[in-house]
Every structure is written in C-alpha cells, then in structure tokens.
Design a protein. Structure first.
Lengths: 322, 230
C-alpha cells in the first residue's frame, strides 16, 4: 500500500449529485401537496379559523341563493297564469278548430293551444260553483262562449311580448275577442323585475363582503407566517416555490369550507326550511322550499376553492418581497 | 468574487445610507465590515444578497451584475450565498432538522439526500443530538449554529453574516468564529459585519471600516502564525 496516498477522511468526501425529489411536474406537485398538508397540520388553529370563516361566509351566500332560487321558481309558477284566451260566440266545427289551432300555433311564442267547448266551459263553471249548483239552474251551455286557451312560452311572458302576441293574434281573420288580463301581467312582471334587481344588489353586496372577510382572514394567517416566507426567500426559493404550498393550502381550505357549508345548508334545510316556505307559492302541491339544484352546489364548491386560492394569491403578493 | 463600483444607496429622501462605495473582495477572502451603528454595514450586506438594489453603481457577485438581475434571477443568486443574522431568523416552531433542511428542499433535493447532508452539517456544528428539538428550546449559541448550518448546508460560495455574535457570550463567539474560519478554509468567501472589536482582533483578517455610508479605512490581512497554520 502506498503510504503517501492519504486516506480521505469521510467528513470532507464530496457529495454525489443529489437526486432531485421527483423531477417534472408530478413530483413537484406531490412535494408541494405534502408541504401544504404539513403546514395545515402544524398550524391547526389558524386553519380551523380560516375554514370556519369560509364555511360561514359561503353558508350565508348559499342561504341567500336558496331563498332566491325558490323565489324564482315561485315566480315561474305564478307566470303560468299568463294565458291568452280567444272567445267565440258559437261552437266551432272540428275543421274550424283545426284551422284556428294551426294558425295560432304558427305564431311565435305559443307553447300550448287548448279548445274549450261549451260543454267543457259548463263543466268548469259548475265545478267552480260547487255547492251552489242551484244558481246554475236554467243556465244552458248555449249561453256560454267557446274559447281557445293559449299558454305562452317562458320567454314570451313579459308585458311587451304578450302585447305583441295579442296584436298578432287579432290579425287572424275570425278572431275578435281576446282577453289576457293585461293589468295583472304588467304588475306581475314589474314585481318580478324588482325582485331580481333587489336580489342582484343584495347578492352582489353579500359576495363582496364575503370576499373581503375571507381575503382578510387569509391575509392574517399568512401574516402570522411571514417569517417562513422570509426564510424561504433568503435561502433562494423562487416565488413559485414559496407560493405553491400556500396556494394549495388555500385551495384545500376553500374546498373544505365549501363542502362544510353545503353540508350545513343541507342540515338546516332538512331540519327547518323544507316545509317553511308555503307562503311563497299558492299551489299546495309545490309548497315548501326546494333544495339548491346540483349546478348551484357545484358552483358553491368551485366558488369556495376559488375563494381560498385567490385569497391566498392576493395576500401572498403583499408579503413576498424577494 | 464580490465587486462594488461607485455604489450609492439612499432610503427614500434621507441622506444616503451608502455613498460611492468601491470595494473588491477576492475569492476565498475573509473580510470584516465594521463601524458604528448606522454606518451602512447591514445595508451593504443586503445589497450583496439582492435584498436591496443600489440607486447608483454596480454590484458584481461572481462576475454577475446583480443590479441588472430580474426578480426571478435573485433566488438563483441566493442559492450560492449563505446569510446569518444577529436574530438568527429561525422558524421557531420547527425542529432543528427542518430549519436546516429547508435550504436543500428549496434546491429540490430528494428526501434521503437531504437527511444525509443535513445530519452531516449538524454534526460539523456539533448539534446533531438536538436535531429533533424545536429551535425555541435551544440556547442562543445553539440557535446561531443552526442558522449557520442552514446557511452552509449547500456549500455556498459566499457566507454573509450580520452581527452574528451580537447575542452570544464569549465561549459561543469563539465557536462561531471557528465555524467561519473552517468554512473559509473550504473555499467559502466570508463577509462578517460586526462592531465586536475583540472578534476582529482575534482573527487577524482583512478589515473594512465604514462610517456614515463611506469606507473610511481598510486594514489588509495581517500575516500571523494563526494564518500560517492553515
């Protein structure tokens, strides 16, 4: 053995090129995710506060949505009453009926056309006066008019469309008497517009308030960990590297908050609300509030995730001074 | 390794913190920056790791002009620079190991390599037995050694220290100074800002004195028996 050849002490043996933790996007994503989860575990209190804030904020918004959606569907039910009736003084032959039906159906906005014969009209009259049939003694079906009842498509139930429709209807030869309760239609539509405006305003303010509260909560949680951001920047972490775990954390917090808020909303709905809304509709078959449709629930989930993400993003911008 | 040309730095409208500084620090040098409080020592160090940009003049680190770097290039610069502070800047709720490993995580090292290298540097600092303690339970000297381990774990080209011994007693000061010297022997350029006269006198290294943002005196390295042994 060559005694001049010095044995290198183990301590200053140069390190091999280190293996990088998961090259490529997948490995990085895994690292950031594990980092985010570690962060959540190490800062349980702060995370509970943030998730709680997001949950409550989204619960308020979703309660508002629940009421709004139900008001809309109640309005939808009410608007079924927008109906145009054409009266005739004589019974129509089946050929005449077919001809009128065809001409009326050809107009835009018609969803259903129904003929009411004298016998049918008499039957309805009787059922409306149930218990007081004696009043109808001596009344014969011949005194009642026959009619076409025309239901309109949803998009044609506003005041101007109904009026335009009636004008077009009157142009059909043979049609003279048309009734559609213009005053009711007008009032109903202006009420509906007012409700929508109010809803949009309230909803808008609510959403702004929620964004403000959530972003400030997240800002505080990130502020409490600014030393970590500083150290990361000091040892040469890129902005993306510093931000990614926080953004993922925000995403997780937002998603958790929105899932919780939907669960709470469902609990509230099952507990109290599903039979509390009969004042909204006059139709006993649909009384009670309905739960939010699935699109709205999906929307709430996305909104929660987005809220967490954007909240973190904007807050980080303020604290990373690389 | 480090060159400053006519560097002037001013915070807002105040009198300039650094005024027309020209300084050249060679590769593998060990330099003390000294001077009274407010002389510009910290500002000068902050310039070197890209936390500040000068209002005028150029700062070159290892041939790269960092005044022209984009914000995305600064992190890459910092990977070759270790920095320690008087207040250590450790993450108080993390363990010693986690505090040191963060440097290597940032570089994207794998878990096994991080473990080996981190324990290796902790052993050099003499604190490997405390690797699993949270840093707030350590003494000041131990905390500064953790900070040094974090700064040195990826074998930086430059080590910057801002009053590294300000919070330490004499025994710890000596240990920290020894670590600086050892890092210097391994080829790291070391710049220490301090107003601890004793530390400077003990180590017989090049001295740059600042006052009111200007270099007032430079003392070249004294050749002593201490140096010759290395």
């Amino acid at each position: 053995m060559n005694k001049w050849k010095k044995k290198q002490p183990a301590t200053i043996k140069p390190f091999k090129r280190p293996t990088l933790s998961g090259d490529g996007f997948g490995g990085r994503a895994g690292f950031f995710l594990s980092r985010a989860i570690t962060n959540i575990r190490q800062n349980v209190f702060v995370n509970v506060v943030t998730v709680g804030t997001i949950t409550l904020a989204l619960l308020i918004v979703s309660l508002f949505l629940l009421v709004f959606v139900n008001l809309e569907s109640a309005a939808e039910n009410w608007s079924e009453r927008v109906q145009v009736t054409v009266y005739f003084d004589k019974e129509l032959t089946s050929q005449e009926q077919a001809a009128f039906r065809e001409k009326i159906s050809a107009l835009s906005g018609v969803s259903r056309v129904g003929y009411v014969s004298r016998d049918e009209a008499m039957k309805r009259f009787k059922s409306r006066l149930r218990g007081q049939e004696t009043l109808l003694e001596g009344v014969r079906p011949e005194v009642l008019p026959t009619s076409f009842e025309i239901a309109l498509k949803r998009s044609h139930r506003d005041t101007t469309s109904v009026e335009a429709f009636v004008v077009a209807l009157k142009r059909i030869p043979g049609i003279t008497e048309v009734q559609y309760g213009e005053e009711w239609v007008r009032r109903f539509n202006s009420f509906l517009n007012f409700m929508r405006l109010l809803g949009a305003l309230l909803g808008g303010f609510l959403v702004i308030a929620v964004i403000f509260i959530v972003s400030n909560t997240i800002k505080l949680t990130i502020y409490s960990r600014r030393d970590e951001l500083e150290v990361m920047a000091l040892v040469g972490a890129t902005r993306f590297f510093i931000k990614a775990p926080f953004l993922l954390e925000g995403l997780i917090q937002g998603t958790a908050g929105s899932i919780l808020s939907v669960a709470l909303l469902f609990g509230l709905y099952e507990g109290f609300l599903h039979n509390a809304g009969s004042f909204l509709t006059f139709n006993p078959a649909t009384s009670g509030l309905s739960f939010l449709p699935i699109e709205y629930l999906a929307g709430l989930l996305c909104a929660g995730a987005l809220l967490g993400f954007i909240g973190s993003l904007t807050s980080l911008k303020r604290f990373i001074t690389v | 390794m480090i060159q400053l040309h006519n560097v002037t730095l001013a915070y807002q409208q105040d009198a300039s913190a650094l005024n027309n500084i020209n300084l050249r620090i060679g590769k593998g040098e060990f330099v003390f920056l000294t001077g009274p409080s407010g002389a510009g020592k910290t500002s000068l160090l902050r310039l070197l790791y890209g936390a500040l940009t000068p209002n005028r003049g150029q700062v070159l680190i290892d041939g790269q002009n960092i005044t022209r770097m984009t914000p995305s290039q600064i992190p890459l610069l910092r990977r070759s620079i270790g920095v320690v502070f008087q207040d250590f800047k450790l993450l108080q709720n993390r363990t010693v190991f986690e505090n040191v490993a963060i440097t290597l995580e940032v570089l994207g090292w794998g878990r096994a390599d991080i473990g080996k290298k981190t324990m290796h540097i902790l052993k050099q600092m003499g604190i490997e037995s405390k690797y699993n303690l949270v840093t707030q339970r350590l003494s000041g000297g131990e905390q500064q050694r953790v900070a040094l381990a974090r700064a040195l774990v990826n074998d930086p080209k430059i080590l910057l220290a801002d009053e590294p011994t300000g919070n330490l007693d004499d025994a710890n000061k000596n240990q920290i100074l020894t670590i600086f010297k050892e890092a210097n022997i391994r080829g790291t350029t070391v710049v220490v800002a301090t107003h601890d006269r004793r530390l400077i006198e003990q180590s017989h290294k090049r001295l740059v004195m600042l006052n009111k943002g200007e270099i007032v005196e430079q003392v070249e390295k004294e050749t002593t028996s201490d140096d010759q042994t290395f």
